[in-house]
Design a protein around this ligand. Structure first.
Ligand SMILES: [Cu+2]
Length: 100
């Protein structure tokens, strides 16, 4: 995220992502499961399966946060007719997808 964008993000009011906390807690539980499996010296593919499940849950979480951002933040720019801000927001999303 560019420096000016970070400052901008701090000043603005953002959507409530509290509904996503359920998924966050589920992922934490899955990762604690991975930790336990590693400590218990479980069979590698079983650990990989658990990591795969957590990765799927992370992707679902990512989609929910993105969906809310599109439906609320970008929609607000559309309503306000602020095309410059809208383009910045769209570009920011694309940059996140490209840079890993
Ligand atoms: Cu947003």
């Amino acid at each position: 995220m560019p420096k000016s964008s970070k400052k901008e993000a701090k000043r603005e009011i953002h959507p409530d992502h509290t509904p996503e906390l359920k998924r966050v807690r589920m992922i934490i539980g899955q990762m604690e499961g991975v930790e336990k499996m590693i400590k218990d010296r479980r069979y590698c593919p079983q650990i990989l399966q658990q990591i795969k499940a957590a990765t799927s849950a992370m992707n679902a979480l990512k989609m929910e946060v993105l969906k809310r951002h599109l439906n609320e933040c970008l929609a607000e720019s559309v309503r306000a007719g602020d095309n410059e801000k809208l383009l910045k927001q769209v570009l920011e999303i694309f940059q996140m997808q490209i840079s890993k």
